[in-house]
Design a binder for this molecule. Structure first.
Ligand code: GDP
Ligand code: IMO
Ligand code: MG
Length: 469
């Protein structure tokens, strides 16, 4: 039987009544809206193209030098972004790396999950390192829609990891920062947001108790200090209030007002993305380009350049398949020369060759405008350098990156081998100053991905990022 609306469509009547056609409000044939130009203020995005720790912080710091707003849109303090300025090594987990630019506003968007003690501790430890963080609270804004990570979320993260180990013989290797449990609360719709904390504290308190009880019912041995945490949160509420803003309105004003350079700092990376990553060995947010829109309230039409950060080899922290992993002398060399130790957890990162099948897959999802290739200098001493260029399973080539982890575990990788350059690239400041073998390596990456390499990193400092065009 046809519905009312079908009938209205078929005979121009609804329930027997003629349908009154109303003119569209405010749009006349002469409306200037019709000759409107493309959005002027475009957002530049920096995203990890592998399994994280590609050097996003350094790239963001570089671009943030002339940005007006630098945003985080997803993840939490599972991220660890290192920035070296004037020989001082800052590390950021929740604060955007652009907070070092005293002229820019830093913004933590609604898609981020915030552990407040973590945020203030991070600021404090960076304040001690150098002058870069001075006045940080005056240039930070936080979305009122961002969810809060509580101490019990972190404790639950630890318990869940233990349970996975006991029940399945394998955990995920999470950072235990409470990221999964906090995003679970958000999805279950009993999470608490920044706007709750800075409103009526009594209402917040009741909801907080209910959430804590919910987790205690699931995990009776959970170590949770409800009263202690509430007291601490009350203190944070006062400090936070001046920083809190309506994030959607804040971004809207930035996008539609006078020209502003807006930069987004992706956390984690494409292969850790909850939808596109190596599930279940992933994080709990969208670390690919879609997360920028949902995590900030930015319409897709405002997204401009998307830069993929690619390390010249591959690393991974935690558990999960890693086809080009080198569990041998080469891996050990990359680990040592590259100082591949997690900024957040202090764990050794697993190392292997650059995997271009994986990076091409990240490009399919993100549509990179260009690539920042980091840590080329770490390859300086190798006589031979390999790059993964195809996956085979049971003798058959795979057309792309597989969804199924059992398949990924079984792939054999086809490599292209390059001669090494066996000399230091650290002093190079232009493409021409790089050894010809290194130039060939870079050109091959561009050809394979059909994406230009815009920067090449040959050291930790800002100056050691060579701009190719
Ligand atoms: P992120 O999580 O993507 O921001 O990266 P991390 O900060 O976790 O890890 C990258 C590490 O490599 C940091 O210690 C950076 O200082 C360092 N780094 C970044 N780019 C380069 C580079 O081109 N060469 C060298 N040698 N180190 C780099
Ligand atoms: P940045 O931004 C590397 C990994 C963890 C673990 C998995 C899930 O510094 O590149 P989680 O705590 O998020 O639930 O852990 O994801 N992971 C990262 N690995 N760099 C990161 O961030 C990561 N963020 C999460 O190691 O395997
Ligand atoms: Mg990192």
């Amino acid at each position: 039987m046809a519905s009312n609306s079908d009938m209205a469509n078929a005979n121009g009547r609804e329930n027997g009544e003629p349908v009154v056609k109303r003119p569209r409000e405010n749009v006349t044939p002469e409306s200037p809206l019709r000759s409107q130009k493309e959005p002027a203020n475009k957002v530049t995005v920096v995203l990890g193209a592998q399994w994280g720790d590609e050097g996003k912080g350094k790239v963001v710091d570089l671009l943030a030098m002339d940005a007006d707003i630098v945003c985080r849109c997803q993840g939490g303090n599972n991220a660890g972004h290192t920035v070296v300025v004037d020989s001082v090594e800052y590390d950021f987990h929740l604060l955007p790396s652009g907070v070092l630019n005293k002229k820019a506003t830093s913004f933590i968007g609604n898609g981020v999950v915030i552990h407040l003690p973590g945020l203030f501790a991070e600021a404090q430890s960076n304040l001690k390192k150098g002058k870069g963080l001075q006045g940080w609270e005056d240039r930070l804004k936080i979305s009122d829609r961002a969810h809060i990570v509580f101490n019990f979320h972190q404790a639950v993260d630890g318990i869940q990891e233990q349970q996975r180990q006991q029940q399945e013989g394998k955990n995920l290797g999470t950072t235990k920062k409470g990221i999964g449990p906090a995003y679970s609360s958000k999805a279950a719709r009993n999470g608490l947001r920044v706007c709750d904390l800075v409103s009526d504290f009594k209402v917040f308190e009741d909801k907080f108790r209910m959430l804590a009880e919910h987790f205690l019912a699931m995990y009776p041995n959970l170590n949770v200090d409800i009263e202690g945490e509430l007291k601490q949160l009350k203190g944070y509420a006062e400090r936070l209030r001046p920083l809190v803003t309506d994030g959607v309105y804040f971004m809207h004003k930035a996008l539609t007002g006078p020209s502003k350079k807006i930069l987004v700092e992706g956390a984690n990376a494409a292969l850790l993305d909850i939808d596109f990553g190596t599930y279940p060995f992933v994080t709990s947010s969208n670390c690919t380009v879609g997360g920028v829109c949902t995590g900030l309230g930015v319409p897709p039409s405002h997204v401009g350049r998307v830069y993929g950060v690619v390390k010249a080899y591959t690393t991974r922290v935690g558990v999960g398949a890693f086809p080009t992993e080198q569990d041998n002398e080469t891996g050990a060399l990359l680990q040592t020369r590259g100082h591949e130790v997690g900024v957040t957890t202090g764990r050794k990162r697993r190392c292997g060759w650059l995997d271009l099948i994986l990076v091409r897959y990240a490009h399919m999802v993100n549509g990179f405008s260009a690539i920042a290739l980091t840590k080329l200098d770490i390859l300086d001493t190798l006589e031979e350098i390999k790059v993964g260029v195809a996956y085979n399973v049971d003798g058959e080539p795979l057309p792309s990156f597989p969804a199924n982890m059992d398949v990924l575990t079984r792939v054999t990788v086809e490599y292209k081998t390059f001669p090494g350059w066996c000399r230091s690239t650290e002093a190079a400041r232009s493409f021409a100053e790089l050894p010809s073998q290194a130039q060939d390596y870079i050109r091959f990456i561009e050809d394979f991905l059909q994406v230009p390499v815009k920067w090449v990193g040959v050291g930790k400092s800002r100056e050691s990022m060579i701009k190719l065009y």
